[in-house]
Design a binder for this molecule. Sequence first.
Ligand code: FES
Length: 196
Amino acid sequence: MTEEVDTGRRHFLTVATVATAAVGAAFVAYPFLASWKPSARAKAMGAPVEVDIGKLEPGALLKVEWRGRAIFIVHRTPDMLAQLGAVEAKLRDPESAESDQPQFARNQARALKPEYLVLVGVCTHLGCAPLDKFTPGDVTVAADWPGGFFCPCHGSAFDLSGRVFKDVPAPTNLPVPPYRYLSDTRILIGAEAENA
Ligand code: FES
């Protein structure tokens, strides 16, 4: 690892730590909503998990669990989607060519429906949990940070599609799990979409 890369990583970490301490709760992570109710047996089997996203406000994040891993579901706003193209020159794998996701997610939005992002909340560096805060008001990784995910363990940063930035330790984008829609407001995580 070069000195230049290490310096950049320290900068990520320092700025993000300061920003996280600041007040900025415009958006709220909803921890484990009551609408998510897999049976105990289904949890034990690692079965698909049905999630109601009907009450997930634009700009909010819902965290659920599937196969013992955190799953982030983000209702992206049009402004958030508009940011995706602007950061691509700074990303390591903008086309998701070397990252883990179903075929349907190998695009800029990395999603079946662009407004809903579904990610595995496990850092691709050494498996830490990225913060479940992702807006510039909650976590600011750099001066021009447009929002995205940040892993504080060693300073890996990801955009609003979970795509990893260059010059951070994580080698690939945050994984997208298999999932499909049961209706406009219900997602089944762990089940392949028909065009996966
Ligand atoms: S585990 Fe996330 S940066 Fe190392």
